[in-house]
Design a protein around this ligand. Sequence first.
Ligand code: GLV
Length: 324
Amino acid sequence: MAQSPLVFISRRLPTSCLELLERAGCRLRVHDSEVAPSRHELLEGVAGCDAVITLVSDRVDEEFLDKAGERLRVVANYAVGYDNVDVGACSRRGVLVTNTPDVLTEATADQAFMLILAVARRALEGHRLVASGLWQGWHPLQLLGQDVSGATLGIVGMGRIGAAVARRAGAFGMKVLYHNRSRRPEAERQLDASFRPELPALLEESDIVSLHAPLTTETRHLIDAAALALMRRHAILVNTSRGPLVDEVALLEALREGQIWGAGLDVFEDEPRVTPGLAELDNVLLAPHLGSATERTRREMAGLCARAVIAVLAGELPPNVVDE
Ligand code: GLV
């Protein structure tokens, strides 16, 4: 009898995912930790596997694929973004790559909106003041923020998550601008969003800029010192996409100098490291990459990964295969 397929899972995942795979007859090798495996542990873990479930912090490249060996048929990435995976290298070896779209759209848009509101209304400073016991009572000039209702929101990357943020903006009476590789007429119709083919125009016009583009060679440091210099002095930058879209050192400088008003960051250039100095500022809110972190969303992401693995091992094509 052929040996049952071996699946490597690079982190502790919701148990429902493990149960699905076990019921389908898979053997599991789990890096059962909340901490990322070292490169060595990752490469040891994937050796001889038929399938792997990876996270955004696991680099899937030629070395990884060499180490996994010829049995490998699918890399199920536990994320919608797959910039950690060399998809070309996988396809050259006949290895399918899948991701977890749709199920995390609303949770991530909620997180972006949470950052927008919390930075604009200085939620963290307010909390610290009350919690410190030093609050001396209401006064007219205390912790004044920026209006979100009626503001102009610039969305960079009008994909599923960008569109979900635009829907929320509609309820706040915001004017929505968007910049995207290609024009999205249906977004313009449904979300009353206006296209800005050039990023500088969007940056100059927006009160709040929210990033939702994937990380590619074109989007790395899309928001650099020059881009920040175009933003309004009362503007807020929110990033729930990928850290390297923003030049973090340039952002630190812009925040320190009051070149922009504030920032909400869910992602960082070199996670889990954060550029020294950023955490000390009052006008930033930092979150540890929690965009999709709700119980339901993380369960559904795990279910998508497990079902993709099971489908590929059964010779079927899962719905969420990605290409280059
Ligand atoms: C998380 O960062 C994702 O891409 O889903």
